[in-house]
Write a protein that binds this ligand. Structure first.
Ligand code: ADP
Ligand code: MG
Length: 693
């Protein structure tokens, strides 16, 4: 349960005085529904009100605070014209302009003859100096109540900076004093203040530098967030590694038989990764390792060999893929290898029902099957293993903590290898996989030809279509990816349908179409028909799956390539260039090409290195937005900015690891305050790991 001391922060923002339901909605839209969300909505700018010129010297466009005398109220002659209040000082005259006014209110705060201090942006209109809707109007005695520097917040339509600032001040008054969770020696070395004070100061910037990610206050708050995140990962890791692992001391016989049966030699990169993995297996600690490798780098065979290591020790192994199609494809590749090694391989997907399923389950439970390839169906309660020791998880970006724990229950202490083709830059690996060891495949299998990548304007669509037809006539196969024109799937679909129709006019029934709105079975059948060569052209929205392997496909056409992200283009291109024939990727773009899109296409033409592309992606987009954060599993931080706070991430990682090593249940005095930190950042799932431990 969340500690009491945090209750005020987790109250609805509307519980704050002065926030009614209208303001509440706006505030929720820009910051979030709760008090804490307001506090984490940090200023993006400042207004300096200390500049107090005379009217004649007030520069247009600047914010100025001017002392003046009210001369007259001039209501508009026609509706929709503004209400004016004429004023002067000893250097000139100035009008305060109001659209939609409460006249009584204005007369009250700006009585004729009175001296007032008015602050706002200076404008000039028909040679007249004006301030429209001043931010502040106060008496001379109250001049001091105007802060010299005010924070400026990101706003949403209908929300003024003034009302948001007020709401945030009210939230600030609720910040409790919390015990320090940062090691004091580290905090002092960094020059940071305590949490509450830092948060308050973050909302009271005094100069531009205070807004920078490099400011001490912002770094402290970023560290808190990163520490909560890394601590969560460390606890997950601790939980997964709580039980001793089955020691896998296979004699290598199966592995060498498979090596001999492979139609190729393993690359140096594959050998290195395999050695790193195999080094984890004879230990009593469960392996928790990520294998990162670009599309086509040959991860599957590594996963397979690693499973063999378990089998050689008389244990079972499971390989999990995200879709039935991929499962089927993996099973097809592994089938002959399994045979060569004498492995009893089974396939289990959600589609398996009834008797055949029961037979598989019985044989798995009896240990009569020693290797299984399947989908999430492997998680089901009814699936029991005799002695599962190794799980290989392929392309599961959203493979969360719960799933990991569920899997671990099927084979206590089992070793896990997670494989991904999402090229996450080194700087971000910690944030997603901070709890895992990482191996990387950095080279492609030998003999793989480079992919010729070209950017061609859409005006030359006909030439491209002709080229595709020629390729098909010569027996080749082609992917044609259709654009994301809008957010609407319906429009995307229309584009794909039209393209399919146009290509079918040239090539008849050899052209297939897959999209997200089509029944899964039909989609799967269509993809299989393409894989088997009944279809020569596959028109698709972006649903074609990561991992599908059709070595015969040699052309990838991406229509409206300018609309795709860098990582996505790279993933799509990786569908070709997998066979012996030279391949090409044609990026069709619409003019005019924006600067960012031009850069993306340029990078694609320059390199096929997924890691380099990922780094460029961070550079072009900023880390918060890399790869489509959702699909890559990179968390979105509110206070930390990974492009600026990489050093803090590393420090948080080390700190979290030490904490969990010494105090895995977070029971020490620092452990207890760290629990508060976890609650503060809503890492409640991490706390659940503790309690059930
Ligand atoms: P990914 O890393 O994208 O999962 P795959 O494991 O599907 O890649 O491998 C892509 C293709 O490369 C497969 O057809 C596979 O048989 C082949 N392959 C894997 N390793 C090698 C190698 N060392 N030499 C040649 N081909 C290889
Ligand atoms: Mg794969």
């Amino acid at each position: 349960m969340r500690p009491r001391i945090l209750f005020p922060l987790f109250a609805e923002a509307t519980a704050l005085s002065g926030i009614g339901s209208r303001l509440g909605k706006l505030v929720t839209k820009i910051a979030g529904p709760r008090v804490i969300d307001l506090l984490w909505h940090l200023p993006s700018g400042i207004v300096d009100r200390s500049f107090s010129p005379k009217i004649a010297e007030a520069p247009t466009g600047q914010v100025a605070t001017i002392t003046l005398q009210v001369d007259a109220h001039v209501p508009p002659e026609v509706a929709r014209r503004p209400y004016r209040v004429r004023c002067h000082d000893d250097t000139g005259s100035l009008s305060l302009i109001f659209f939609r006014v409460n006249t009584a209110y204005l007369n009250n705060i700006l009585p004729v003859g009175a001296i007032r201090v008015v602050s706002g942006q200076i404008e000039r209109y028909d040679d007249e100096i004006q301030i429209a809707h001043p931010d502040h109007i106060v008496t001379v005695e109250d001049r001091a109540s105007l802060a010299n520097v005010e924070p400026v917040y990101a706003l949403t339509r209908g929300l003024t900076n003034k009302s948001l600032t007020k709401a945030i001040s009210s939230a600030i008054s609720r910040i409790p004093n919390l015990d320090e969770w940062i090691e004091l020696s580290y905090r002092n070395a960094q020059g940071w203040g305590e949490w509450r004070e830092s948060l308050i100061r973050a909302h009271a910037p005094e100069c531009e530098a205070d807004l920078s990610t490099a400011s001490l206050v912002r770094r402290r708050l970023a560290f808190d967030e990163l520490l909560a995140h890394q601590l969560t990962l460390a606890l997950v890791k601790d939980r997964l590694q709580q039980r001793p692992a089955p020691v896998l001391l296979g004699d290598g016989t199966m592995r060498s038989r498979v090596r001999a049966a492979l139609p190729f030699e393993l690359t140096q990169s594959q050998l290195t990764a395999l050695a790193e993995i195999e080094d984890d297996l004879p230990r009593e600690k469960p392996m928790l390792r990520l294998l990162q490798g670009d599309v086509g780098s040959g991860k599957t065979v590594i996963g397979f060999m690693v499973m063999l290591a378990a089998l050689e020790s008389g244990r079972q192994a499971a390989f999990m893929a995200p879709t039935e199609l991929l499962v089927r494809q993996h099973a097809q590749v592994m089938g002959p290898l399994a045979e060569a090694a004498g492995v009893k391989l089974a396939v289990l997907t959600g589609g398996d029902r009834g008797n055949s399923r029961r037979v598989i389950l019985d044989r798995l439970a009896a240990g009569d099957i020693n290797m299984v390839v399947g989908t999430h169906a492997l998680f089901q309660e009814s699936v029991k293993f005799r002695n599962l020791a190794m799980a290989v998880i392929d392309e599961q970006h959203r493979f969360g903590v719960h799933q990991r724990l569920a899997l671990e229950r099927k084979g206590p202490g089992l070793h896990m290898l997670v494989m991904t083709a999402t090229p996450i830059p080194r700087t971000l690996t910690l944030t997603v996989y901070g709890h895992m060891d990482v191996s990387r495949l950095t080279e492609k299998p030998v003999g793989r030809l480079p992919i010729t990548t070209r950017a061609i304007p859409l005006e030359r669509l006909n030439e491209v279509t002709d080229g595709v037809c020629r390729t098909v006539e010569q027996g080749g196969r082609v992917y044609w990816i259709c654009p994301q024109i809008t957010e609407s799937e319906a429009t995307d679909l229309a584009a794909a349908t039209d393209r399919h129709a146009a290509l079918a006019r040239e090539l008849g029934g050899q052209v297939g179409l897959v999209h997200g709105k089509m029944p899964a079975l039909l989609r799967q059948q269509t993809m299989e028909a393409f894989a088997e060569g009944e279809l020569k052209v596959l028109v698709a929205t972006t649903v074609i799956e990561v991992g599908v392997d059709v070595p015969e496909a040699t052309i990838m056409v991406i229509e409206h390539a300018e609309r795709f992200g860098l990582a996505q283009l790279h993933q799509l291109r990786g569908r070709v260039g997998r066979g012996r024939a030279p391949s090409s990727c044609i990026m069709l773009y619409a003019m005019p090409l924006g600067n960012a899109a031009r850069q993306r296409l340029k990078i694609l033409r320059e390199t096929e290195d997924g890691f380099r592309i990922a780094e460029e992606d961070v550079r072009l987009r900023g880390s918060g937005d890399v790869l489509g954060t959702r699909q890559s599993g990179i968390p979105l931080f509110k206070l930390a900015d990974l492009s600026a706070h990489g050093d803090l991430l590393a420090a948080a990682h080390d700190d979290a690891r030490l904490v969990v090593q010494r105090d895995p249940q977070l029971n020490s005095s620092r452990g207890r305050v760290l629990r508060t930190l976890l609650y503060l950042f809503q890492r409640d799932e991490a706390i659940r790991l503790l309690r059930s431990g």
